[in-house]
Design a protein around this ligand. Structure first.
Ligand code: MN
Length: 350
């Protein structure tokens, strides 16, 4: 199915005018930024730079190492490291982009500052239910990634010719990482048309793949092995599998941010498992990642039971109970979903 570029002319002309008039543009993304967050921010950054605009990128906390090779990544301001400078940037910006998140609270560290800012606020995002704090919204949930929406925006404002190699690499990283290397959320031909265009800009797909994925530390790989051999729990009757990691276990593998990225997907890769969860014990909360196959909405599950959320097949939440209690609660909750999950397995059989 082909989806039209829905960054329509009215929106494009409003935004073009705002960009033209702005003196100071700020691009922001969410806490614990992923490949789509960083890639989308940098693509927009490089585009606005080519347009000659004074632009900065602000991200709440540390950028994972596997993204640091991206051109411009070293210029991103990390709020946690420079809160004073960052607050001033938010205050002085006249145009703020919120990229790859749907609510100021997802920045965790500068929610209030964004609310108080007088800037014109633009949302570019593919998560469900955007908040109403924005002046202009480009939000679609059916696309692969926010990077795809940034591509639409650039093409709507200019045309494909403006996309240089730096923009193309950033967009590619966003789309590649948010689709698990083109294995989910990419059932529209538009995604691949965009990719074809990006490759024409001279990006090296093989090299990018290596830079992003072949970067495990020994500890990270051993942590993954530990999760799979020691920590994986499979609840066949519920078509569910989960993995949990206590703080002392993370310490054992000298855990670094990003080391648990993707682990939950292994639980989901088991035959006839349609629901997977990863529980990670943090300082004062338990961070939960949910994944599902098909129609089971983990977004709804996370919203209903944990005030979390995300996408239909990938969502996150926090629990304020202990790790053990959180897991016990989760297994108990599954009782209510048993039939639904079993039916899904039956449907999933090809
Ligand atoms: Mn995304």
């Amino acid at each position: 199915m082909q989806l039209p570029n829905q960054f329509d002319e009215t929106k494009a002309s409003v935004l073009a005018e705002k960009i033209k008039r702005s003196q100071s543009i700020l691009i922001t993304s969410h806490y614990n930024p992923d490949g789509d967050a960083v890639g989308s921010c940098l693509a927009l950054y490089h585009y606005l730079k080519t347009a000659g605009k004074k632009t900065k990128v602000l991200i709440p906390n540390v950028i994972p190492d596997f993204l640091l090779w991206l051109e411009g990544a070293d210029k991103i301001i990390i709020y946690e490291d420079h809160p004073g400078k960052a607050d001033k940037l938010i205050e002085s910006a006249d145009l703020i982009f919120s990229v790859d998140y749907n609510d100021f609270k997802r920045t965790k560290l500068f929610e209030d500052q964004l609310h108080n800012s007088k800037a014109f606020k633009v949302l570019i995002d593919h998560h469900l239910s955007p908040s109403n704090s924005f002046d202009l919204i480009h939000s679609r949930i059916e696309v692969s990634s926010t990077a795809e929406l940034v591509y639409e925006l650039i093409v709507a404002l200019e045309n494909e010719d403006i996309i240089n190699k730096n923009i193309a690499e950033s967009l590619y990283v966003g789309i590649m990482t948010d689709t698990g290397s083109f294995s989910f959320s990419c059932n529209y031909s538009a995604t691949f048309s965009i990719i074809a265009g990006l490759i024409k800009k001279g990006i090296n797909v093989e090299k990018i793949h290596q830079l992003v994925y072949d970067t495990y530390s020994e500890n990270r790989l051993r942590l993954l092995g530990f999760c799979l051999s020691e920590k994986l729990v499979v609840l066949k009757d519920f078509a569910t599998a989960y993995i949990s990691l206590a703080k002392h276990e993370l310490d054992q593998f000298q855990f670094q941010p990003g080391d648990t990225e993707g682990i939950v997907n292994y639980a989901l890769s088991i035959e006839n498992i349609v629901f997977a969860a990863l529980f990670i014990e943090k300082e004062d909360i338990v961070r939960i990642s949910f994944r599902s196959k098909g129609e089971f909405s983990v977004n709804e599950f996370a919203r209903t039971h944990y005030e979390g959320g995300g996408h239909k097949n990938a969502a996150g939440a926090d629990s304020e109970r202990s790790l053990d209690e959180t897991i016990t609660d989760f297994v108990e909750l599954l009782q209510d979903y048993k039939e639904e999950l079993q039916n899904l397995v039956a449907e999933h059989k090809l």
